[in-house]
Design a protein around this ligand. Sequence first.
Ligand code: GLY
Length: 366
Amino acid sequence: MNRISVDLAGNGYDILIEAGALDSAGAQLKQHIRSDRVFLITDTNVAAKWLAPLETDLQKSGIRAISKILPPGEQTKSWTVLEQLTDWLLDEGAERSDTLIALGGGVIGDLTGFAASILKRGCKFIQIPTSLLAQVDSSVGGKTAINSRAGKNLIGRFNQPEYVLIDPLVLGTLPDRELRAGYAEVVKYGLINNAPFFEWCEENGADLLARNPKALAYAITESVRTKSGIVAEDEKELSGRRALLNLGHTFGHALEAETGYSSALVHGEAVAAGMALAFHYSARREHCDEADAHRVEHHLKNAGLPHSLESASVKASGDRLVRHMLHDKKMAAGNLPFLLANGIGQTFLAKDVDLEDVAVFLDQMQ
Ligand code: GLY
């Protein structure tokens, strides 16, 4: 069992990572729930596997679950579903003293966390993430949001959960493609500031993707530890420190936009190709050696992840991809900050990137 504390003044919390944790969720969560009921939000895919066992276990600890099952998929992070969810909570008589539980991947976590932040001016919520991406990234750090007409995650709040319970065993039934996409975010932590962890990924990534429980538990713990440390230094992404977590996301955003945010390229896959591009672009600017970029690309390729424009099936011109980047919410005062690297585990925020040069680079990478 690993317990990691997110060290935030006033709203810190613990993250429990334990194989089989879902089987004792009631006992773990009881101290964080102030009544004899919880509102449990999930989607149809996750509900089919994990809802009944969780409800039964909560019941054993004297906690009644009132559950809402939403459709799976990105379209659930919408104003329409947020309205349905908050109306349902109010119809059920939810109070500020109640706790919402998000049981699911990033969509359910982001929506539930946002609903919790506005319900009766804010109630508590707990994350039980069920995808690798949600376990290592979206359930930790308090970014909650829905999508809007103008783009993804543009309506949201920083709202830290009360507790995060991670059971690596639930990943046993995760589709291969989703596991791999989540793995891209695991590799990201090694590349940001943890070179020994990237070496561990190189040695053990295949085991992890074969769902070796020890490899999964280690990678989740190390990822959560790295993310929590960065969030604790810059909770609301003000100093630039938390922005490091966006490595691969600016290039990745352009690839996702080009593929219409469709299942042709899911978020983790776009981040994988984006990280390879960020390292190659870093080498072009002589921040790191070309050998580092090839090492990153090679590892992502071995993991079966997109690692170039071609393997991401993106054929657009550099100009077109840069235009997508200009719609990224990371744009600030007309400037688009890029995450570049001085080497493996040495990511930094560059604010002086010339977008015309990025377009030339992307044309050369075709
Ligand atoms: N996924 C980036 C962040 O949590 O800041």
